[in-house]
Design a binder for this molecule. Structure first.
Ligand SMILES: *[C@@H]1O[C@H](CO)[C@@H](O)[C@H](O)[C@H]1NC(C)=O
Ligand SMILES: *[C@@H]1O[C@H](CO)[C@@H](O)[C@H](O)[C@H]1NC(C)=O
Ligand SMILES: *[C@@H]1O[C@H](CO)[C@@H](O)[C@H](O)[C@H]1NC(C)=O
Ligand SMILES: *[C@@H]1O[C@H](CO)[C@@H](O)[C@H](O)[C@H]1NC(C)=O
Ligand SMILES: *[C@@H]1O[C@H](CO)[C@@H](O)[C@H](O)[C@H]1NC(C)=O
Length: 560
């Protein structure tokens, strides 16, 4: 290399640095999140009750709103982990709420310190090696020079608590709970005996959120924006994430008074029990909600009203942050993205919570505003949480690795492009699912398909819904449309190896159950007694089933 060319390189470097110093090189990003908000509540075409979510609607009007957005796995930890990594849950082996992303920024040596506290360093390394996660978009932003601040619910692991701010909910606890053991023994197909559920709600609480944490997160985010965080020359990523409208169903009379009359949405239209698909029956029974249709109608209606009032609370809390953003920042040099992790049945399909691929549980709110995004767009493409990773990288001008499942949504929001793939695929393997469950939505069709309950055992029939003709998903048209079923199954297979995914999760179930329930509760000696904590009617026949599934004894001649 000549002296001349060295000089040229040096000079070029100076010019480049000068240019990037004068203009804001990378846009700020405000990331707003809710937990358990039914995505249909903002979609004017969805036949669902619409509580007044004024702040979210006004944010949507300032940019691009994606009404057809889906969770990639309708439960907190797998959904959030998929979103943070742009991968399907089975690709990162984050299956449930008991084991999150174990490594930190893709490192082979460094595992999440909360994971170590709950399990052990060795176990966390075992998780990390099987997950092979390369880091989250938050780490990628940090690496590219973003100042990271995280407030509120995260629930994914990956050592994200090391960033500034304060995140809540670690995905490592609860493994000694009967709920964990119920998930890990789902292959046995047992469900607890059914009572008419009590539908616990509380209202007229002075402090309506499930705790003060949402208020702490909201206040800190609003204060940071008001104090000029987004006026900084350093690119900022500010994450503000609420627990509401997640359970418990608690609210106060101020929010409750803002819910209009539910009218014909007071009660869901329940399918006759004889027509419920066995997978949905299993989910409803393991949630102890199979008999919710026998509960007093005014109690069901009230629970639904409390849920909608919690959605209003979430809207108003995010509204405080959005207002602070409007006072202090501009959509010319900052993006705002708002989304949720999964929905809430609010007694539809005889369920509460999520954990299913019915629209109530699988749809999420999603909107993006910012530089180059025209106002008032409603973008009909099907999108998923796995699209968020490439979208955030695109906002920051970071090249993706090319291995992500999803696609950046910015070309849709900025240039009226359509997505390359006109379908979304999702999977669910966690509690209240009896077996590996896969979903594809393309056009108006949604296919839900199941792995065999046990290797070589019977497989439940697939469910195919035409959401245009049948928005409440009551008529399974799979038998009438075998060609569509085969075509959609083929598309899922292009994305995922369903058999391998299900087999890997079932192995995980067995190992977790063996170490963290069977051995932890005293092994064979206490097996029957411990199983009755999960399934009160656990019988000697069930014990035989368990012994043959686990390959360990569960004697029934021990008096308990
Ligand atoms: C993440 O890992 C990459 C690759 O090892 C490294 O270059 C980068 O500095 C790390 N970033 C953070 C924020 O830890
Ligand atoms: C990074 O964010 C924090 C708030 O979490 C702020 O106090 C700090 O000044 C920011 N630092 C830079 C370099 O932007
Ligand atoms: C309900 O909670 C909100 C937010 O904390 C509060 O502003 C309002 O006064 C509360 N209403 C009642 C009746 O306590
Ligand atoms: C309520 O009525 C509206 C308008 O008639 C209809 O679209 C919707 O499906 C009904 N909802 C329920 C739960 O029956
Ligand atoms: C993860 O990192 C490896 C090694 O750098 C790379 O080959 C692979 O493409 C990355 N995968 C993803 C999904 O980013």
């Amino acid at each position: 290399m000549t002296i001349h060319s060295v000089f040229c390189l040096f000079a070029f470097g100076l010019v480049f640095a000068g240019a990037s110093g004068e203009t804001q090189s990378k846009p700020h990003i405000l990331f707003l999140m809710v937990d358990q908000m039914d995505g249909r509540l903002l979609d004017d075409h969805a036949p669902q009750f619409k509580p007044p979510l004024r702040n979210l609607r006004s944010l949507a009007a300032e940019g691009a709103y994606f009404p057809q957005a889906y969770s990639s796995s309708p439960q907190c930890v797998p959904a959030r982990s998929s979103m943070l990594t742009g991968r399907y849950p089975s690709q990162i082996k984050v299956w449930d709420n008991f084991v999150g992303i174990a490594n930190v920024n893709g490192s082979v040596e460094n595992v999440d310190s909360h994971c170590i506290k709950t399990f052990s360093e060795e176990t966390c390394h075992i998780f990390a090696r099987s997950q092979r996660v390369n880091g989250t978009f938050i780490d990628a932003l940090a690496t590219s020079g973003y100042n990271i601040t995280l407030w509120g619910k995260m629930h994914a692991g990956a050592g994200l608590h090391r960033y500034q701010g304060q995140i809540e909910a670690e995905p490592w606890g609860g493994r000694r709970s009967p709920k964990a053991a119920m998930e890990w023994t789902r292959a046995l197909g047992l469900s607890p005996s059914q009572e008419v559920p009590k539908l616990p709600t509380k209202d007229d609480l002075p402090w309506p959120a499930t705790g003060p944490l949402d208020y702490v997160a909201t206040r800190n985010c609003a204060e940071l924006l008001d104090s000029g965080l987004f006026k900084s020359a350093t690119p900022q990523f500010l994450y503000c994430s609420l627990l509401v409208p997640h359970r418990p169903f608690w609210t106060n009379s101020t929010y409750l008074a803002e819910v209009p009359d539910l009218g014909n949405y007071s009660l869901p239209h329940w399918q006759p029990k004889s027509e419920v698909h066995p997978a949905d029956k299993y989910a409803s029974e393991t949630k102890n909600l199979w008999r919710v249709d026998e509960a007093a109608p005014d109690k069901v209606a009230h629970l639904r009203k409390v849920y909608f009032s919690m959605c209003i609370e979430a809207d108003q809390l995010l509204g405080r942050i959005i207002d602070a953003f409007r006072r202090s920042s501009s959509l010319d040099d900052a993006y705002v993205i708002m989304l949720g992790d999964h929905g809430e049945h609010a007694t539809e399909n005889r369920m509460l919570g999520k954990n299913s691929f019915f629209e109530a549980a699988a749809r999420v709110p999603l909107m993006v505003a910012g530089p180059g995004i025209a106002k008032g767009q409603v973008i009909p493409d099907l999108t998923s949480l796995y699209d968020i990773y490439p979208t955030i990288l695109d906002m920051a001008g970071i090249s993706p690795t090319g291995d992500e499942v999803g696609e950046s949504l910015l070309p849709l929001a900025k240039d009226h492009r359509t997505k390359k793939r006109d379908f979304v695929v999702a999977e669910y393997h966690s509690v209240f699912s009896a077996t590996g469950t896969f979903m594809i939505r393309q056009g108006n069709l949604k296919l839900i398909t199941y792995a065999p309950l046990m290797p070589g055992a019977a497989t439940w029939p697939s469910q195919l819904f035409d959401l245009q003709a049948d928005p409440w998903e009551k008529e399974n048209i799979a038998l009438k449309s075998p060609a569509q079923v085969q075509r959609l199954l083929g598309l899922i297979r292009q994305e995922l190896d369903m058999e391998a995914a299900d087999a890997a999760k079932k192995m995980f179930d067995k190992e977790m159950f063996f170490y963290y329930w069977y051995l932890a509760t005293g092994g064979a000696q206490h097996c029957l007694k411990a199983m009755r904590r999960i399934y009160p009617t656990f019988s000697p026949a069930d014990a035989e089933k368990l012994a043959s599934w686990l390959g360990k004894p569960c004697p029934t001649d021990i008096i308990v």
